[in-house]
Design a protein around this ligand. Structure first.
Ligand code: NAP
Length: 275
């Protein structure tokens, strides 16, 4: 039997075509989980074509169903407590359970030279990177407790473990996320709820590519040179794939991780964590 058969997983920030959230949803569905894929309802442009994140989520859910899996797409802004309450009520009423929460949505707001960043940017970073996972955890834990356990997997970063110049707010928040995850592991272990952080390094997603372009511009070098410079510190000398992170999440969500809680699992290709 597939490892996650009969389990219900909810993943935030899952719409981006090359994103980590999408890869996680597909990977958990492959393991038999029914996946609720969510993202902020927002208009975006992909390769010059106007669309919405909700339409992209619908495509993802449809793709999973076509491959024989079960999926539901719902808009969810992780900074809105009302939206969280509404979505968790909808999901638990419809499926009768909630086994796995993956807090994947993230924001690079306030990623700049430290002195240029503003309190508004730091607050925006806090809302998406910490407050969202905190409010979602509060919403799902009573359901997990009532059903005898569950898994909360937070997507951190190497910025959870060390620091690279130019990512102050993000690094502070991703460190904070680890603190929250460890607290949840300690507090809800007795209820059978396991909480861990997966810490991706350089993963070739839209967010990462945008950071490469920004840093190249700041240093007045080409994006290719920027990549060579950044990946020189990676033992495997390249960025990873969203699927590499999804494999780590599938492990932590599944029965092989039954005795694993409170850890940070780096998926980095071997990268020093900076300072
Ligand atoms: P991504 O493609 O930008 O995915 C993040 C998603 O979160 C986007 O769809 C984003 O929407 C969404 N989001 C932003 N604010 C939200 C909100 N308020 N409510 C719900 N969703 C919201 O980025 P990714 O690279 O796949 O990153 C996924 C996770 O991995 C993040 O937590 C990130 O910090 C972490 N990570 C990534 C890397 C990497 O190299 N890519 C490395 C380390 C850690 P918008 O784009 O519209 O804001």
């Amino acid at each position: 039997m597939a490892a996650l058969q009969g389990k219900l997983a909810l993943i935030t920030g899952a719409s981006a075509p090359e994103g980590i959230g999408r890869a996680i949803a597909m990977r958990l569905a492959e393991e038999g989980a029914c996946v609720v894929v969510t993202d902020i309802a927002q208009r975006i442009s992909v390769d010059g074509v106007e669309t919405t994140r909700t339409a992209m989520l619908e495509d993802l859910a449809e793709g999973i169903r076509t491959a024989g899996g079960e999926a539901l797409a719902l808009p969810l802004d992780v900074t809105s407590e009302d939206n969280i309450t509404e979505v968790i009520q909808q999901v638990t009423a419809r499926f009768g359970r909630l086994d796995i929460l993956v807090n994947n949505a993230g924001s690079l707001a306030g990623s700049d030279n430290f002195l240029s960043t503003t309190a508004v940017q730091w607050s925006a970073s806090f809302e998406v990177n910490i407050l969202g996972p905190m409010m979602l955890s509060q919403a799902v834990i009573p359901h997990m407790r009532a059903q005898g356990g569950g898994r909360i997997i937070n997507i951190g970063s190497t910025g959870s473990l060390g620091a690279e110049a130019g990512f102050g707010a993000y690094t502070a928040m991703k460190h904070g996320l680890v603190g929250m995850t460890k607290t949840l592991a300690a507090e809800f272990g007795p209820d059978g709820i396991l909480c861990n952080t997966v810490c991706p390094g350089y993963i070739a997603t839209d967010m990462h590519k945008a950071a490469n372009v920004r840093l190249a511009g700041e240093q007045g070098i080409s994006v290719a040179d920027m990549k060579r410079q950044r990946y020189a510190n990676v033992a495997l000398r390249d960025a990873g794939l969203p699927r590499d992170v999804a494999n780590a999440v599938a492990y932590l969500a599944g029965p092989e991780a039954n005795y694993v809680t409170g850890i940070n699992l780096p998926v980095t290709g071997g990268v020093p964590f900076g300072i």
